[in-house]
Write a protein that binds this ligand. Structure first.
Ligand code: XMP
Length: 317
């Protein structure tokens, strides 16, 4: 019968044979799938694996630094590429959600292609594709999704002509987590909520500016850290903050304020196809709301999203 130990043993052996002494390039996203794929490949071929972790400037607060550090601690041969400015410049003034997704996909491919050209004579592209992605052929998370849905834009970039190696393509998500645990990956990393490839870009409604990214990151960090501190994080499938394109009137001392409104979203789900809003305790919501308004400059109102999917979606864009 299937066990994570057997899987690791067999997969490492077959990866060694498949890849031989050739080089593999792999895009890390900070998510579970790409991380487990990288650690498996690392077990099999060590420094023949070249990982690339791109900061698109739309990750959670301190995420790029923290996760990069964690990857290095795991012994991965990883290069962090901070392309924030390039993404934010390309997104400036763009309001349409699908347009934002397209731009992020395109810039990701450009950055990844530039980086993979620096790795001389790479023969393989490693991907964290899992079985549900294979069936649907659209992954909801990670760079693989971006790559697949944008490969029709003006000729294939060179890295897409590489041979593909996908060690997780027969596994379901829970099996990926068990394999990750067997490989000694930090349980906290394995238990992370899903995070969309376009990141905060689709949680900042309307156009994106560095100031809006800062506000969204601050609010999100207070919410997510609060969930962790109150033992609620693992009871939620996905959570985050949405910055609304709305100012509303508030009062501070004798002054009227006219500042931003943020929405908090937390859902229960099994696969993201349907979802219910989580009945977070009122005391928790009260504490988080106060903390956000007191600490995040530019925000004077917090609302909680009580819509389920369908008919609402999980993201607002
Ligand atoms: P929705 O909003 O469609 O979200 O209910 C379902 C799941 O998909 C994620 N999501 C995305 N992931 N690129 C991604 O990689 C995207 O463009 C994208 N849009 C939504 C969302 O975070 C949720 O987990």
């Amino acid at each position: 019968s299937w066990t994570p130990d057997n899987f690791v043993e067999m997969t490492v052996a077959s990866l060694k044979e498949q890849v031989g002494s050739e080089k593999v390039v792999l895009g890390l996203s900070g998510g579970v799938d790409s991380t487990v794929a990288a650690v498996l490949l690392n077990e099999a071929i060590g420094d023949q694996l070249y990982c690339i972790f791109v900061n698109n400037g739309l990750l959670r607060k301190n995420e790029f630094e923290n996760v990069l550090h964690q990857y290095e601690g795991m012994g991965l041969n990883v290069k962090g590429v901070d392309a924030s400015a390039r993404f934010l410049e390309a997104l400036a003034g763009v309001e349409d959600p699908e347009q934002k997704r397209k731009i992020i996909g395109r810039v990701f491919i450009e950055v990844f292609d530039d980086e993979s050209h620096l790795i001389e004579d790479a023969k393989w592209l490693g991907q964290g594709t899992i079985y549900p992605d294979v069936i649907e052929s659209i992954s909801v998370n990670g760079p693989s999704a971006t790559i697949k849905s944008h490969h029709n834009v003006g000729g294939l970039p060179d890295f897409m002509k590489l041979k593909i190696v996908e060690p997780l393509r027969m596994l379901f998500k829970d099996e990926v987590r068990r394999v990750g645990a067997t490989l000694g990956i930090d349980p906290e990393l394995l238990g992370r909520h899903p995070f969309p490839g376009p990141g905060l870009a689709i949680r900042i409604l309307g156009d994106i500016t560095p100031e809006k990214v800062r506000i969204t990151q601050e609010v999100d960090a207070i919410f997510i850290n609060g969930l962790k501190e109150h033992g609620l994080y693992d009871k939620v499938w996905q959570a985050g903050a949405i910055l609304l394109p709305v100012n509303s009137v508030g009062v501070m001392g004798d002054e009227r304020t006219y500042e931003k409104c943020v929405a908090l979203r937390a859902v229960e789900s099994t696969d993201g196809m349907t979802a219910d809003w989580v009945h977070l305790p009122y005391e928790f919501l009260q504490k988080i709301s106060n903390e956000i308004i007191n600490r995040v400059k530019g925000v004077n109102r917090v609302v909680y999203d009580i819509s389920s999917k369908p008919p609402a979606t999980i993201e607002w864009e």
